[in-house]
Design a protein around this ligand. Sequence first.
Ligand code: DGL
Length: 274
Amino acid sequence: MNNSHLPVGVFDSGMGGLTVLKAINACLPAEDVTYLGDTARLPYGTKGRATIVRYTVQAAGRLVEMGVKMLVIACNTATSAALPDLRKRYAPLPVLGVVEPGAAAAARASRNGRIVVIATEATIASGVYQHAIARVRPDARVLGRACTLFVPLAEEGWLEGSVVEETAKRYLKDIFTPDVAAPRPDTLLLGCTHFPPLLPVLQRVVGRDVHIVDSAATTAQCAREELAGRGMLREHHVGVCRFLTTDNRARFARTGCLFLGHSLKKSDVDLVDL
Ligand code: DGL
């Protein structure tokens, strides 16, 4: 049976995956998308692996039950903990994560091979980015740094100002300060889907000469290739997005605008219990 009429399911622990949804809408405008943000249990990034896997499997399971033709795990933390499990569980459903696409984008962007990955505590501890970048660019030197506070700042909509700037300096200044003994990193990979809205501040803090990359556009491109390869691309249709959250529809709509770049009303968002 051809399932091309079904929506693409996109999952994140909260709002961050909306940055990936935006890229999917741009790259696959004919696709319907069902987005689920598990805001009731955010953050995932400070939790232990077993909890992250359990939450992710529950959320992904709900999207699969609803009927999707592909799952995009638009959360680095969930991808790093649960991607192989989800692929096994739902085969032959295609399940895409954001880590491989992000690693590919960083490997391509860097000239000197010195790459800094910023992500949640769980993603950095898992070492997935270090491994994924080494596979595509074995000469790269990758430094990971957990930037836990960027998640609540982004969810709060604090994307500019002195608090964000000071936080970014505290996390990153030492790494990007020129050092005569070692070449300065030339690439900063945003290994958390909550971080792209903070890009202007991050660029100021690390310096204009540093490439800042994220996984949104490359993930959307991978989704396109995967659907095309399976003959499941939708055509002659205007894609519609459905938004699901596990808590507080009004807050989801309010903060979601900042990530999506367009307005969202409470009535556009449905509540689900996992
Ligand atoms: N958006 C999630 C990620 O990409 C992190 C947010 C959280 O800690 O739940 O890792």
